[in-house]
Structures are given as structure tokens and as C-alpha cells.
Design a protein around this ligand. Sequence first.
Ligand SMILES: Cc1cc2nc3c(=O)[nH]c(=O)nc-3n(C[C@H](O)[C@H](O)[C@H](O)COP(=O)(O)OP(=O)(O)OC[C@H]3O[C@@H](n4cnc5c(N)ncnc54)[C@H](O)[C@@H]3O)c2cc1C
Length: 379
Amino acid sequence: MSGQTAAEQRVVDAAQAFVAQHVAPHAQAWDRGQADSRTALPAAAAAGLLGIEVPVAHGGLGLSFSCKRRVAEVLAGADFGLAMSVVNTHNVAHHLARMATPDVARRWVPALVSGARTGCTALTEPGAGSDFSAITTRAHRVGDGWQLDGRKAWIVNGTHADVVVVYAQTEPGSGARGIAAFVVDGTRNGFVREAPADSTAARGIDAGGFLLQGYRASADELLHPPGEAFKAALASINGARAYVAAMCCGMVQESLRVAGAHGEQRHTFGKPLHDHQGWRWSLADAAIDLAAARLMVDAAAALIDGGGDAQMAAAQAKVFATRMAGRHIAALMHAMGAEGLREQHPLLRHLVAAQVATLTDGSTEMLLDRVARGLRHAG
Ligand SMILES: Cc1cc2nc3c(=O)[nH]c(=O)nc-3n(C[C@H](O)[C@H](O)[C@H](O)COP(=O)(O)OP(=O)(O)OC[C@H]3O[C@@H](n4cnc5c(N)ncnc54)[C@H](O)[C@@H]3O)c2cc1C
């Protein structure tokens, strides 16, 4: 890929080595709940994956968004859940390094980049997902600080994260205008973790929820004041949409590799599956759409790196890539016959993950609306 520095290529190479040694051999056990993916975090940290965009002054690598997007694709090829988990902790470190007070950043960023702590970002609630401005988690002033009360649900790393960016309403009825963001310590009184959702999709990605009951945040733990938090969430969401699209590309790439290998060794009617024209066309279709999705992701990533307006490009890339992944992973499983259903292959996990990808960081319908609004303004 053009425009990539030697330092960035080293991180992508390190991600590939990390996947081969620490992710691919364990992903099936993580998915079944038989092992804990957090055991891979020290190796992820050693490879630099928890600090790619984090400034060097805060212990990170200070590299580009495009580098993170490439790493996300590599990680998700082996396990979408681990990829989301790593990227979400990384994002909290990056967010705090840019927006927190120096004291708060010093308290948390090195611990996140080293994998000693994990992070998550909590917007969604049991009663508010797509309609983010309808959140009811309440923040009100107490002395110099704040008290937070409410419930968050379906949060990546929510089963264990202890550095939590929480969005809360300061003025009920004011919608987006009243929303503020806080950094919350998951080990402090008033933070109560809930049992994870009973779902394969939630288990693989460590998704869970928590209650805030009289949780006290100090004044310097306010990350974005009312009026700025909603805009800040929207500003970072283009990156999330682009890397989720990249993760879909990684899952299709790996599914293609596994189905292709199966087609070479499985024989029907006296020859390998791959020698049947009708069979190999399903692989060709997947490869063509994968190439198109990657170009869309690269276009969005280039805009993000250049500080351009990536709203349309990121929304288009995510809609296209998630649909592409859902369609082609299912087709590639089918191309493997019953063998494609075995849990030793990643396709079934990837298919569930492709469904999750249609919801996180803006559902398909929200993104279609984003694109439609962009078309209108373009005239
Ligand atoms: C595994 C997993 C991990 C997640 N991780 C996080 C996280 O880390 N942090 C976080 O804050 N959230 C997270 N989420 C939540 C995710 O952002 C929400 O699921 C998403 O915003 C959709 O909200 P909802 O599920 O409440 O669906 P709803 O908002 O109830 O919508 C239901 C369906 O209706 C559609 N819909 C809603 N409104 C409209 C409309 N106006 N027009 C047309 N269609 C509409 C939606 O697209 C969706 O298909 C996660 C979700 C999952 C499944």
C-alpha cells in the first residue's frame, strides 16, 4: 500500500506475527468462553497495538489512522472480537491523551497502552441505541464535581474495562445539547458491572453493561462539557466506521483463504471443487467485492489522516463492507459444504461478527440516512 512509512509497516508486520502466535490458535476457545482473550493483551501491547495513534509523549507510537485501519483488518481476520477489544482500549488511550487534563491522562494512558488496564466507550443504554440524543444516564453537579446515575448496555469490553468514557445527560429534555462526557473509574464505588448479555455475539467481543449508582466524578474527570460531547462523539465516529469496514475486509479475506484451501483438497465428481467453474465463481465474486470495499476503506482513511470531511466516505465504506461481509462469508461457508459449519474454521464466528458490524458505530439504516443527507446537500 502506498503512503505507508517503514515504522507503520513494522507495526502491521508485528500485528501479523501477534495474530499467528497469540490470536489464531486461541480464538475458538475464546468464542466458546473456555479461555479469556485478555491473556493476549501483554503481547498486543508489546507489539505496539494499544498505542498506534497515541502520541509518543504519552507512551504511544504516534502513527496514522491508516496504520490502525490496516492493523484492525489483520486482527479481525483471525478474530473480530479481539480486534474490537484491542481497538477500543487503544481508542480510550488516544481520547484521553488528547482531551483529558494532564493529571488524568498521566493516571490512565500509560496503563492502557501497556495493557495493564482496558478501556471502553459507553453511549448505548437499554432504552437508547440509534437515537443517541435520547440517553437518560444523568449527570448532575455536586459541589465542584459530578454525580452520575444510569445504565449502559452492549459496550465492547464492558465485561472488564476499568477506564470508561461515559456519555451522560446534564439537562433532561435538552437532547444533544445537554450531553457531556466523563472518564469513569470502573473500580470506584458507584460503578456496578452487570452480567454479560446471553449472546454469542456479546461473548466474543466482551460486550457488557454496567450501572452507575451515585458515582462521583471529580471536576477534572469531565472530558467534554455539555454542548461539546455530542460533537466530539460524531467527530470520532468516522474513524470507527472506517476501521469496522476494514475489519469486515479482514474477515472476508480469511474466509476466502480457508474456502480456497478447502476447494483444492475436496474432490467431487472426480476433480477438486476448484476445478468446477460454478464453484469457483463464488470465490471470484467475493474477491471482486473485497477489492472494492478495500478501496472505499482506503479513501475514507486517507480523508481521516488528511483532516478532511470523511462522513460520506466512512458511511459508504461501512455500509458496503458490512453487507459484503454478510453476503460473502455466508456464500463461502456454503462453498465448503457441511465442513464450513465446523467451529475449527472461523467462518461461523465471522458471520456472527459481520452481523454485529452492521450495528456498532452506526447501524446500516443510520448510515444510509447519513449518505442520503449528504446527497441532498451536494445538490
Ligand atoms: C456486540 C455489540 C457491541 C457494541 N458495542 C458498543 C460500544 O462499545 N459502545 C456503545 O455505546 N454501543 C455499543 N453497541 C451498541 C450499538 O451501537 C447499538 O446496537 C446500535 O447503535 C443500534 O442500537 P440498538 O441496538 O438499540 O437498536 P435500535 O436503535 O433499537 O434500532 C433497532 C433497528 O431499527 C433500526 N432503526 C432505528 N431507528 C431507525 C430509523 N429512524 N429509521 C430506520 N431504521 C431505524 C436500526 O438501524 C436497527 O436495525 C454495541 C452493540 C453490539 C451488538
